[in-house]
Ligand binder design. Structure first.
Ligand code: NAD
Ligand code: ZN
Length: 355
């Protein structure tokens, strides 16, 4: 018998290649020379975590087992690798969950978010659903005092929203957002903050549309029961929307968006369709639509912009609809699986006292 037990932590692990996640005791990670150890305070549950929970085709092809899941987090640095400079123990931080290489042309040109060798924490590498996370110091984002841990834990999806929304000039433009999931709703708040004129958000889920109205100054449209054209007429949109943000991953939503755009309209697509889907390319060509695919966040421009916007009045706090102790993670996942929640945040700080 060893005289001292190895220090351990709780972590939410994809421990078996089947539906679910398991709260397990693991050794606390040790930092490499360029890493920091972060004591996790809060984490956000993402749609990606739901794919991993469900163990769908994408997850079973992508995620190694066992793996600590989760990539949306805020916490505090508790240990520094010996090469780490500019960060300190006790500092509150969040972090970019995409780990990029330095070899590709894109990285060497400073476009880290376009590195083809990107790996994700909680997807390909050990993740943040744990009491402690080991992260390359390059990926660490210090949190200012006026950005709470709750908001720090959802900067990853807010960053998706910011990256997509700021793809095109929004000032005084009319914006259509398809999909009022947490990211679509946050994109609406960003578009408002950035100076758009009319912002319309569509969904087929009334709970989501109701939440959109609570979080942002937008016009919600349930396309299952309302005609988008009527709403456009009421707003006096003669030709259509100038900018479209596709945030549903739904084929019909994209078709509807293309129809509702002005000639030469600009569409940024974040939503991920579930496999190949038919697209009416001739409509896109004849309407001279400018279509941009969006992946992740710009590293690190999106982070600077997003934190500055939060400090300058952007408020997305109401998009967090549920909060649980990490010990009650099953309740949080149930809320996410319902499809009607906003962001669900898990608290990792109370675990030691509760176990
Ligand atoms: P979500 O699944 O919570 O929200 C999608 C919403 O679209 C749902 O509320 C759904 O009811 C709605 N919807 C379904 N059919 C619709 C229709 N016909 N018209 C309008 N809305 C419709 O997703 P989320 O977490 O908010 O993420 C948004 C999208 O972005 C998802 O597709 C997600 O996979 C994707 N995503 C992409 C990246 C990236 O890097 N590209 C990163 C994160 C998320
Ligand atoms: Zn995420």
């Amino acid at each position: 018998m060893t005289p001292y037990a190895q220090p351990s932590m709780k972590a939410l692990v994809k421990a078996h290649p089947e539906k679910g996640l398991w709260l397990q005791d693991l050794a606390i990670p040790q930092p490499g020379d360029d890493d920091v150890i972060i004591r996790i305070h809060k984490t956000g549950i993402c749609g990606t975590d739901i794919h991993i929970w469900n163990w769908d085709e994408w997850a079973s092809k992508t995620v190694p087992v066992p793996l600590v899941t989760g990539h949306e987090f805020a916490g505090e640095i508790v240990e520094l690798g010996r090469n780490v400079k500019g960060l300190s123990v006790g500092q509150r931080v969040s972090g970019e969950g995409h780990l990029v290489g330095t070899e590709s042309r894109q990285s060497r040109s400073g476009k880290f978010h376009l590195d083809p060798d990107t790996r994700g924490i909680g997807v390909n590498e050990q993740g943040a659903f744990a009491e402690y996370l080991c992260l390359n110091s390059f990926n660490v984002i210090p949190l200012p005092d006026d950005v709470s841990d709750d908001i720090g834990a959802i900067l990853d999806p807010l960053g998706n929203a910011v990256h997509t929304a700021l793809s095109f000039d929004l000032i005084s433009e009319d914006v259509l957002i398809t999909g009022a999931g947490p990211i679509g709703i946050m994109a609406a708040a960003v578009a408002r903050h950035a100076g758009a004129r009319h912002i319309v958000i569509t969904d087929v889920n009334p709970d989501r549309l109701a939440l959109a109205e609570v979080v942002a100054d937008v016009i919600p449209v349930n396309v299952a029961t309302e005609d988008l054209k009527d709403v456009m007429d009421k707003l006096g949109l003669k030709q259509g929307f100038d900018v479209g943000l596709e945030m549903s991953g739904n084929q019909q939503a994209l078709d509807q968006m293309v129809e509702a755009m002005v000639m030469g309209g600009r569409i940024a697509m974040l939503g991920i369709p579930p496999g190949k889907s038919p697209v009416d390319w001739s409509r896109i060509v004849f309407k001279a639509i400018n279509l941009k695919g969006v992946y992740g966040r710009e590293i690190f421009e999106t982070w600077y912009k997003m934190i500055a916007m939060l400090q300058n009045g952007l408020d997305v706090s109401k998009v967090i609809t549920h909060r649980y102790s990490a010990l009650d993670f099953e309740a949080g996942f149930a809320d996410m699986l319902s499809g009607s929640s906003g962001k669900v945040v898990l608290d990792w700080t109370a675990i030691k006292s509760a176990t």
